[in-house]
Design a protein around this ligand. Sequence first.
Ligand SMILES: [Zn+2]
Length: 184
Amino acid sequence: MAIPEATLRQLVGVGRDLYQLGMVSSRGGNLSIRDGHALWITGTGTALGHLRALDISQVFADGQHRPPPPSSDTILHWTIYATTQAGAIAHAHPHHAIALSYDRDVFKPEDLEGQLHIPAVPVIEQGPLQEEKIANALRESRVALLQGHGAYARGASLWDALHWLTALEESAHIAWLRRAMARD
Ligand SMILES: [Zn+2]
C-alpha cells in the first residue's frame, strides 16, 4: 500500500522542522506514525530534513516490512506503541537536553511553561531493557531522555510529539543559561 498523502505530509513537515531547528544531524533521529496494526517509520539513515515517500518504510506487527530498511529504533517504537496510547513518535538529539541528561535520573524544568507541561522528564540510562524503560517512562511523561543520546516524545500526532521535543529543548536551554549566569 502506498503511504497516505496526509501521513507523508506529517512526516515531511516534522522532519524538516526538526532538522531546521538543529535538533537532528543530517542523518540523525527517526519518526513514526501508527496506522492500525502497522506503522510508517523513517528508513535507517534517512535525512529527516528532506524526506520523500521512498524514505518511509511500512512495518507490520509480525516484523515484515516494505523497503527501505526501517529505522534501527523500530523495536523501540513498537514497544512504545504497545505500552502507551501514542499515535506517533519522534526521536531527536536536542543539544541542551542531552548535555543536561548526564548524572541525573530526571530533568525538572525551571521555567513556568516547562513546569506546567513537562514537570519531570525521566532520564533513562543506556543498557539492557532500555526499550522497555523508555516505553514505561512514556506512560506518564510525554517525553523522555535516553542519557547521553537524545529524546523520545509521543503524541496523538507527529505534530504533538514535535511540540514536546521542542518544549523539552526550550526548558533545557533556559536551565543551561541559568547555570551559565550563576557562574559569573
Ligand atoms: Zn538517536
